[in-house]
Design a protein around this ligand. Sequence first.
Ligand code: UDP
Length: 366
Amino acid sequence: MISQKAPKKLLFLSTPVGALGSGIGGGVELTLQNAAKALMAKGHSVEIVAPEGSVTSVAKLTAIAGTLQTSAQTQVGADAVVLPKDSVLENMWSYAREVQDQFDLLFNFAYDWLPLYLTPFLNTPVAHWISMSSLSPVMDEMVSKLVQIRPQAIAVNTRACADTFRAGDRLMIMGKGIDINDYQFVAKPSSPKLAWVGRISPEKGLEDAAKTAQKTGLPLHIFGLIQDYHYWSEIQTTFADAQLHYEGFLSTHDLQYKLGQCSALLMTPRWIEAFGNAAIEAFACGVPVISYRSGGLTEIVRDRHTGFLVDMGNVSGLISSVDQLDQIDRRACRQQVEAEYSLEVWGDRLEKWFDQLIVHSPRNKP
Ligand code: UDP
């Protein structure tokens, strides 16, 4: 039987929608790398399996070839599972099956049916990180089935995300952590400007931030991967008179440097945001967050203390929040991250979760 105290060998399986480091995976890319950092700091070893073209400096990387998976957010309401020919997801899990006996636990970051389905067929316990809210009946049903036979196998970031699933009360709520040392606190931005961070895709609602920039006359600095070019060009046309500055998809180091110079981060999702990494990254730089009351963001932003919460679609609420930004103490934003989202505390939580899964795994029963 494996001792709970012994360092564990962990195999992380990244999202199959894009190479790690490309930005296509959204927040899950940073989450995976931070989880690796947090657990390696506690003496565990981590190997990352990710699609070909991936880049990371955090841990040993095994790149797997194959056709990328379509993002789940484009399959809202799907009642079928789609796997392309020569699927990278399939290839990553074939690799996991081959090497599983060398590891104490597999940690899945794919928001996909297949890894959930495969879990009881593998000898090694699998922990699943579900990074988005419930989007389709087919996934929701598989989540319910797996937690019946493997209680505690699935975790989400926030209560709000869990509540979107039928089996929500059986999901682990794990929160998140970031490496605060990667983010420099900026007490006062050099000039008033707004930021927007995320994948440029309709569910992220960039148009409402653009409208806020137009109405307030403030520049809006936009950071992130353009996933939907048609959507982006429509925004540029509609808000041609707004000061929109597209900064590209930046490394965490460059992103935090520019984000810290902004007066506020606007988070305007048009879906139930499972968490919203960008919010805690902004806080770490001392930047208040003006956000829609959506999913996990309602658990992150403290209204009138570290930012403002506004009903989804209420652009005049965003505008009046911008006018009240001087009420927010930027130090409170940084302090909230230090108190609630440290890598160390998150690492403790992940470690305890893994210990439970390993101890209760059929493989390790005496
Ligand atoms: N991001 C980045 N560089 C950029 C813009 C965004 O690395 O220029 C990252 C950001 O650090 C965050 C992620 O993109 O981790 C966006 O994640 P979030 O949870 O906010 O939204 P998601 O894309 O997962 O819906």
